[in-house]
Ligand binder design. Structure first.
Ligand SMILES: NC(=O)c1ccc[n+]([C@@H]2O[C@H](COP(=O)([O-])OP(=O)(O)OC[C@H]3O[C@@H](n4cnc5c(N)ncnc54)[C@H](OP(=O)(O)O)[C@@H]3O)[C@@H](O)[C@H]2O)c1
Length: 333
């Protein structure tokens, strides 16, 4: 089953622009922020006065998105006074793994802090099935290897931001955007280990796994970074643009306005967590509400697919995946 009932018909959001806090002085990186959920998320954070970077492969569509966000209005329910946000564009081509280091360096030149990274850019089906990234990957390259390598270069800045005096514990975050589709990934633990470059839903399982494994690796030494994966909801975006027409005929009505997906991303990115209630401990025997966990629409703790979570907690599949990706990426890092 690729989605649970509450994935498809979530309850009304409790965390909205009406209760989001001022993000002035905090820096956010949203990959793929030129359209869809990333665009709406960047817009929301911009109106909350954050310093926002969106990434794109195309300078012209990024500049168009930046101008469109600047000239947009905050949501009518927003309580925080807007007007102090900034938004700019960072060139990032997830299809060319060799280019990612220079994109990361560009950000490192500009910013002395980075509070939140949202790994949002993704491809579902290419227009041309033979389309590959520069290095011969497709979904694995764009959805997994590119965020992994970008994260590699930006983790030191994230760690130093988490130790700043003005950074509240676990307000520094890495968000790995997954999908309820990860529930359809291969048994028993979500990954087709014998051929990870095959197209399939296991790329979204890998996003869930990277969230957990990042939390596990960086939990020590007093690091106070929260790493989460999420399913944003079923939304009206261009993501499924290359799926067959029958898909829309059946599922079109079950998709929600794109802003709702931004509420899920913002919940993960900026909602204050309740440490006293155990929200920041590492995901262990519990499978929800902790560091490395999974968030569902429109901002609630959820549970990743049982096989994927069991693999992480009991079989160390996160460590296995991390090692595999490092081995693949050796020549680009
Ligand atoms: N929409 C849904 O119902 C849904 C459901 C579950 C999960 N999600 C997840 O939510 C995230 C955002 O999805 P969305 O629906 O907002 O998608 P979208 O509207 O298609 O936007 C995705 C972004 O990814 C970038 N992108 C697209 N194709 C790419 C490619 N071949 N190579 C590199 N970058 C590419 C685009 O940036 P540029 O073209 O500017 O480079 C675009 O801004 C994704 O991780 C997706 O898997 C969405």
């Amino acid at each position: 089953m690729a989605a649970t009932w509450t994935d498809m018909c979530p309850p009304s959001p409790q965390f909205t622009e009406a209760n989001m806090s001022d993000q002035f002085g905090r820096v956010f990186l949203v990959t793929g922020g030129t359209s869809g959920i990333g665009y709406e998320t960047a817009k929301t954070l911009y109106h909350l006065n954050g310093t926002i970077y969106i990434t794109s492969r195309s300078e012209s569509s990024a500049l168009k998105a930046v101008e469109s966000i600047k000239s947009s209005l905050p949501h009518s329910s927003q309580v925080i006074k807007p007007g102090r946000g900034s938004i700019s564009y960072l060139q990032l081509n997830p299809s060319d793994l060799r280019s990612i280091k220079s994109s990361a360096n560009e950000l490192l030149k500009k910013e002395k802090r980075l509070d939140v990274i949202i790994h949002n850019a993704d491809v579902m089906l290419p227009a041309d099935p033979k389309q590959k990234t520069e290095q011969g990957y497709h979904q694995l390259g764009i959805n997994v290897l590119a965020p992994f390598i970008l994260q590699h270069y930006l983790t030191p800045l994230l760690l130093s931001t988490a130790s700043l005096l003005d950074a509240k514990a676990f307000s520094t975050r890495v968000i790995w955007v997954s999908s309820s589709g990860h529930r359809a990934s291969p048994a028993p633990d979500g990954v087709a280990w014998d051929n990870v470059n095959l197209e399939g839903t296991d790329k979204k399982a890998m996003n869930v796994m990277l969230a957990y494994e990042f939390a596990r690796r960086f939990q020590d030494n007093g690091n106070r970074i929260l790493s989460l994966s999420l399913h944003p909801g079923a939304l009206k975006t261009g993501l499924q643009g290359n799926l067959p027409r029958w898909f829309y005929a059946i599922f079109g009505r079950l998709r929600y306005e794109t802003r709702m997906g931004a509420l899920t991303e913002c919940w993960a990115a900026i909602r204050e967590i309740d440490i006293g209630n155990g929200e920041a401990g590492l995901l262990g025997n519990k499978t929800r509400g902790e560091n490395g966990g999974y968030v569902v629409p429109w901002g609630r703790w959820g549970e990743g697919h049982e096989g994927v979570m069991n693999g992480l907690i009991e079989k160390g599949t996160g460590e296995r995946l991390w090692g595999l990706l490092e081995a693949i990426l050796m020549e680009y890092m």
